[in-house]
Write a protein that binds this ligand. Structure first.
Ligand code: GDP
Ligand code: IMO
Ligand code: MG
Length: 423
């Protein structure tokens, strides 16, 4: 490895969980560096489905798992996740470390988000309603509470009461909604802190020491590049930076320590929540792909929108993240088609567009330009090596890698661990 980053190169749900799980077999530590429990990373172990939201996927392989400082953490959800996984034989408590710098998601964040999505009406983002945006808002406004703030109870009481007085005014006067009870919030937080106190520390020290000792550290991106708050399809994005560059700020390591950057991409595209989606397919086609592709939100259960592979999207991700290798997932979902369209570029008003636009108003005017590749109409799910794949499937994989601008080093052909081809 030693420092390897896995980023989502589309709009999330690329199968990052699967790719991280595959690489985690050789990792010493797995680190999340941004986002919160808006993420949902699914791994099947035999017939059992595991979906992790806050805890890094490495925990499923018993690896030391770090929740980095760039994350926003709902400790209540973390406790539920710990209990769920432990009841199924996965050790969580002794394997996780929580950054004291990570910001807390508090009950009022979720209430405010619910009200704000309602207020937006037709312009709602379609968020996961986990309080992510409002928690990052407070972080940027310098009024957030961090995990490390839970230790000093006097200061916690003061800051929490001050924060809740303000949030309750907002909830009651602006949104005409109910507020939260400060004593209950305090009590719940203190109980959660008592439970996790031994897990909370300066996680950047752990990560840097591991890298100094030449250990293998895997950084697990959440969401996807097109959901990045700066470089995604703003405003239909999340509130953090999934980009590989965020590893430095979010995990607390200098950029020069990163060795390898892998982009996870579906062999097609999916999108959940509102916002533009140039290569979206018709609903009949989407339905054929949803079941085999597991295209229901791991966090919210929503049916995902489906589209053809969009090389403009992945090319942008390759450029912004410095992706040197692609892990293509869900190739098996395309087994059923005679022909497979791939978006090779966009046209706007009859003119070719060189790069994926940054403004969604520009994107809305773009028409995808397709190249049609022949399908292979046979089962790829049992392939163990690249040469086992039908000729047209190999050509498809090579072509999308070529269009995206990075070689394909992993091909995933099913939801199970064994259904992975390493080139
Ligand atoms: P993540 O958020 O990027 O980790 O992706 P999710 O776990 O949210 O969504 C990916 C879905 O596709 C899950 O239901 C996985 O079980 C499933 N999956 C992952 N890789 C493959 C694959 O190669 N083929 C198929 N058919 N399903 C896959
Ligand atoms: P993983 O890590 C897919 C989307 C939401 C919504 C927008 C903002 O599983 O790939 P938020 O709750 O973050 O404020 O919602 O971002 N979104 C995701 N879509 N996969 C994810 O994570 C996502 N995380 C956020 O659907 O459109
Ligand atoms: Mg997901």
């Amino acid at each position: 490895m030693p420092a390897t980053v896995v980023v989502g190169s589309q709009w999330g749900d690329e199968g990052k969980g699967r790719v991280v799980d595959l690489l985690a077999a050789d990792a010493d530590i797995v680190v999340r560096y941004q986002g919160g429990n808006n993420a949902g990373h699914t791994v099947w172990i035999g017939e059992e489905k595991f979906a992790v939201h806050l805890v890094p996927t490495g925990v499923l392989r018993g690896k030391l798992s770090v929740l980095g400082g760039g994350m926003v953490i709902d400790l209540d959800v973390l406790l539920q996740e710990e209990e769920e996984l432990s009841s199924r034989g996965i050790e969580v408590k002794s394997n996780i470390r929580i950054s004291e710098n990570a910001h807390l998601i508090l009950p009022y964040h979720k209430l405010i988000e619910e009200q704000e999505e309602k207020r937006r009406g037709k312009q709602a983002i379609g968020t996961t309603l986990r309080g992510i945006g409002p928690a990052y808002e407070d972080k940027a406004a310098r009024r957030g509470l961090r995990v490390g703030d839970l230790r000093d109870r006097q200061s916690l009481t003061d800051r929490l009461h001050d924060a809740i007085a303000f949030k309750n005014e907002l909830l009651k006067k602006v949104y005409t909604a109910r507020g939260v009870d400060p004593d209950k919030v305090y009590h719940d937080l203190v109980t959660l802190h008592d439970h996790f106190a031994d897990n909370i520390c300066d996680t950047s020290l752990i990560v840097q020491e591991a890298l100094d000792a030449k250990k293998n550290v895997l950084f697990e991106g959440a969401h996807g590049t097109l959901l990045d708050i700066d470089w995604g399809t703003y405003p239909y994005v999340t509130s953090s930076n999934p980009l590989s560059g965020e590893v430095t700020a979010g995990a607390g390591i200098p950029p020069k320590l990163i060795d390898r950057i892998i982009g996870a991409a579906k062999a097609y595209t999916s999108r959940v929540g509102a916002g533009p989606f140039p290569t979206a397919v018709d609903e009949t086609t989407a339905e054929k792909m949803r079941e085999p592709g597991g295209e229901f939100g791991s966090t919210t259960g929503r049916a995902r929108g489906i589209g053809w592979f969009d090389a403009m999207v992945v090319r942008k991700s390759v450029r912004l993240n410095g992706i040197e290798e692609l892990a293509i997932t869900h190739l098996d979902v395309l087994d059923q088609f005679d022909e497979i369209p791939v978006c090779v570029g966009y046209q706007c008003g009859g003119r070719e567009v060189a790069h994926f636009p940054n403004q969604i108003t520009d994107l809305a005017r773009c028409e995808p330009v397709y190249e049609t590749l022949p399908g292979w109409k046979s089962d790829t799910s049992q392939a163990k090596s690249f040469s086992d794949l039908p000729d047209n499937a190999r050509r498809y994989v090579e072509r999308i890698g070529e269009l995206a601008g990075a070689p394909v080093t992993y091909v995933l052909v099913g939801r199970e661990r064994e259904q992975s081809i390493i080139r």
